[in-house]
Design a protein around this ligand. Structure first.
Ligand SMILES: *Cc1c(COP(=O)(O)O)cnc(C)c1O
Length: 459
């Protein structure tokens, strides 16, 4: 167990020794980090005893909610039995075998193999190597450029951040690496102009075709996208987008990669985001909901077309010590069985997901400064805007989002701000009663935000 300390003592030690991801250490340490000590269901508790509704499922990952003893039990039993063994040198073990078979069962039919990693970032590094190796093994080593999108998020390793389209990440560490290019994101609200969402979806997809023609299809290995951009602000493409992307990939013979790290494992009310939008990718990076965050584990689902080539072209010189870690694999398998056997994904599709979306609409669709109230399944977002009639955003993006996010945080509701969009991705086990409670709290927080904005002369 952790040494019990006062909140202040914890904060001081944290400030002295812990560098936080994606944080400004100076301002964070002046404020002091909130110390989270416990979780149960859709709630977490901090070291001051405050109970917080987790509207982000940790970091989009605690799909099952907190406190599932079956997962703790799976980890404990596996640690007693075999805490570690590798899968590099002609060995395997039961947890990795069971998880791989289960994934083949739960994923779309073209997927019958998985390559396991420890995170979404490693999964995306793996797809870069795999996609390039796939073409090189067929005598096309020059077919190696990957096309991604502006404002995409694919992780934070050198490969993942290069595939991602976040300019503030590229600005540190001389990214992207060569051979990765970015096209427009399918964000109708901002980029759609006078076009209908459906017309704009086709236009945004055809940016891919234009880029392939510019580079030459013989030089392009793959296109990668999140079915719905998560960290970029829950950007839901028009329904026309993904079918057109698929047509273009097939026509020009480039691999289609669906980054399912957030959308996978029920987030959209389907098992995978590509099923929601109706397309069939060749490769699928997975992580997050794979273990509901109880253990660090990720993977790449490898479609039959790619698997056949990989399995017939000698060694694939890639892997991590902990690829297919037995404890993580056992926990992931236990998590997937609960998601399946308790019908949680179907409940999000048929019941709680539509209920959640309607509640967000009822709460904010008519608000004078909130627009683009959007969502699918258990993903949702809304955006602070200056003038709804003209889809005009505020001049200083992120200013209002940050104010709003801090008010939510103070009121014990966790949502994230992306620019001036507030985004939410609660645990998939959230009940109707808990949804009511969360959204009532969000309405109060938005009211307080309006007061704060008025006090500063922003509205
Ligand atoms: C979180 C995320 C990643 C990176 O996963 P990590 O486990 O943080 O490395 C990759 N892709 C998407 C779509 C993500 O949301």
């Amino acid at each position: 167990m952790n040494t019990p300390r006062t909140t202040q003592a914890w904060q001081a030690l944290d400030a002295a020794h812990h560098l936080h991801p994606f944080s400004d250490a100076h301002s964070l340490n002046q404020l002091g980090s909130r110390v989270v000590v416990r979780g149960e269901g859709v709630r977490i508790w901090d070291s001051e005893g405050q109970c917080i509704i987790d509207g982000m499922a940790g970091l989009w990952c605690v799909n099952l909610g907190y406190g599932r003893k079956e997962l703790a039990e799976a980890a404990y039993q596996q640690m007693l039995e075999l805490p570690f063994y590798n899968t590099f040198f002609k060995t395997t073990h039961p947890p990795v075998i069971e998880l791989s078979a289960l994934l083949a069962e739960l994923t779309p039919p073209q997927f019958n193999h998985v390559f396991l990693t420890n995170s979404g970032s490693e999964s995306n590094d793996t797809v870069i190597r795999m996609a390039r190796h796939f073409w090189a093994a067929q005598g096309q080593p020059q077919k190696k450029t990957l096309i991604s999108r502006i404002n995409a998020y694919h992780g934070s390793t050198i490969g993942g951040a290069s595939l991602g389209g976040m300019s503030y990440m590229h600005a540190q560490g001389d990214l992207p690496i060569p051979g990765i290019v970015h096209i427009e994101q399918p964000y109708w609200y901002v980029n759609g102009g006078e076009l209908s969402p459906e017309e704009y979806g086709l236009k945004a997809a055809r940016a891919l075709e234009a880029k392939i023609l510019e580079l030459g299809a013989e030089n392009v290995a793959a296109f990668i996208g999140e079915p719905i951009q998560g960290a970029g602000g829950v950007i839901i493409p028009p329904s026309t987008y993904w079918p057109e992307i698929q047509r273009i990939c097939r026509e020009h013979d480039i691999l289609l990669i669906s980054d399912e790290v957030i959308c996978g494992f029920g987030r959209t009310g389907r098992w995978f985001g590509c099923e929601y939008f109706g397309f069939a990718p060749d490769l699928m990076p997975i992580a997050k909901g794979l273990s509901s965050g109880y253990q660090p584990i990720g993977g790449v689902m490898v479609g039959d077309r790619v698997a056949q080539v990989l399995m017939n072209s000698g060694d694939f010189n890639h892997g991590m010590t902990y690829s297919g870690h037995p404890v993580a694999a056992a926990v992931a398998a236990a998590n997937l069985k609960i998601l399946r056997d308790e019908g949680i994904v179907d409940r999000v599709r048929d019941d709680t997901g539509p209920y959640l979306q309607k509640k967000w609409q009822d709460a904010f669709a008519d608000h004078p400064h909130l627009d683009d109230v959007r969502g699918v399944g258990f993903l949702a977002a809304f955006t602070w805007v200056k003038d709804k009639s003209r889809r005009e955003l505020f001049a200083n993006p992120g200013e209002i989002g940050t104010i709003c996010r801090d008010i939510f945080f103070k009121n014990n509701l966790i949502m994230r701000a992306v620019g001036d969009s507030m985004v939410s991705a609660p645990p998939l086990v959230m009940t109707r009663t808990e949804i009511d409670e969360m959204i009532a709290l969000a309405v109060r927080c938005v009211g307080q935000t309006m007061d704060a904005l008025a006090a500063r002369g922003l509205v």
